[in-house]
Design a protein around this ligand. Structure first.
Ligand code: PMP
Length: 360
């Protein structure tokens, strides 16, 4: 059965990464055991972890002065860890609000220290990514926090804000490794793996060493980024299965031509669905402003609840799965991450076209 998986996360994984896992499940690296059954201190796991980190560094072009950390607790835990580690008494941090996840990040920071809102798109339902001139950034901020892709509303930054030396921290959960990025522009990047690079339960953090050195030490061990950096993410038992799958996915990214090739593919894939929205604007009401459109999550509504229900029901009948919008937003959302094959996009496009012919 062919299923077209548009879930927003956990979401579609590359078939080759899953097939490799299937082939290696009962005998990982000639150990005679699965990767879930071996010690995180074993030679075989040590090799795997080194390979996963090396692949991540290669695929994302991570500079040498950045630490790669493998953590747990979801991106949601990072919302709190960032201010715990970096927002000291007397500091204030700037938050750029472009969706529900940035709001949640701000909520955690607010409970720990002083914050400022450098921009909020809430008034226009987060349709828009701010231009540089729309940002009210403070040169005195301890850091600026942003969300590079807004999974719920379907907007994405296509430029990096200029913070004039203030450390920039980014939640890249829903567009990590979907295109080449200049890591040097960020002091810290975090991402839950479950959209573009692996299964849930694993978080990847990239942090610049000098910035990390400024983190506070008066925290319990597992709340400090330094603990993960100083122990190569092995202070305690990491998510071994998550790291294994991350390796498989990164290997697929590398053999698919890297993030440069993925960026071109992602642009083409998104173009086919936005093409439908633009062709039938009175039936498919695109949520995002054109210049803020996400290449990862495409969101639209139909003119009535009844039509939306009918659209979703018909889609499911054709194995187009996971298209209903987030519970806080409603409507339709097609999540089209790296691993979603072109054939699934073409199936959705065809369905949208047929539906429009009978309903427009
Ligand atoms: N940030 C973004 C941009 C997300 O899309 C999500 C999850 N969908 C989160 C944070 C929260 O991630 P988690 O469920 O891993 O805590």
């Amino acid at each position: 059965m062919t299923v077209h998986n548009f879930y927003s996360g956990p979401s579609v994984l590359p078939k080759s990464a899953l097939e490799r896992a299937k082939a290696e499940l009962l005998n990982f690296a000639d150990t005679g055991m699965s990767v879930m059954e071996i010690s995180h201190r074993s030679e075989a796991f040590d090799q795997l972890m080194k390979e996963a980190e090396a692949l991540l560094r290669e695929v994302m072009k991570v500079p040498k002065n950045y630490k790669v950390l493998f953590m747990s607790g979801g991106a949601s835990l990072q919302f709190g860890l960032v201010p715990m580690n970096f927002l000291r008494a007397g500091d204030s941090a700037d938050y750029i609000l472009t969706g529900g996840w940035s709001e949640k990040a701000l909520k955690e920071a607010k409970s720990l220290g002083q914050t400022r809102i450098a921009y909020s798109g809430a008034a226009d339902l987060y349709r828009h990514i701010p231009k540089q001139r729309e940002l009210d950034l403070s040169l005195k901020a301890r850091y600026v926090h942003m969300t590079t892709n807004n999974t719920l509303f379907g907007t994405q930054w296509h430029h990096i804000p200029e913070t004039q030396g203030v450390p920039l921290i980014a939640d890249m959960s829903s567009d990590i490794a979907s295109k080449p990025i200049d890591i040097t522009k960020y002091s810290l990047i975090y991402a839950g793996a479950q959209k573009n690079i692996g299964p849930s339960g694993l978080v990847v953090v990239l942090v610049e060493e000098n910035f990390l050195a400024t983190a506070q030490d008066n925290l319990t061990t597992m709340l400090k980024y330094k603990t993960y950096a100083e122990h190569d993410s092995l202070y305690n038992t990491p998510n071994t299965w998550g790291i294994y799958m991350l390796r498989n996915v990164l290997d697929w990214i590398k053999s698919s031509g890297g993030t440069e090739a993925l960026a071109i593919r992602n642009q083409e894939k998104a173009g086919l669905i936005y093409g439908m929205i633009d062709e039938y604007p009175s039936l498919y009401l695109g949520h995002a402003d054109k210049e803020s459109r996400s290449l990862m999550n495409i969101t639209w509504t139909l003119p009535s609840d009844k039509l939306e229900k009918e659209f979703l029901k018909g889609a499911e009948e054709q194995n187009l799965i996971g298209l209903s919008g987030h519970r806080s937003v409603g409507g339709i959302r097609a999540s089209i991450y790296n691993a979603l094959p072109l054939a699934s996009i073409e199936a959705l496009k065809q369905y949208m076209q047929n539906f429009a012919k009978t309903h427009a």
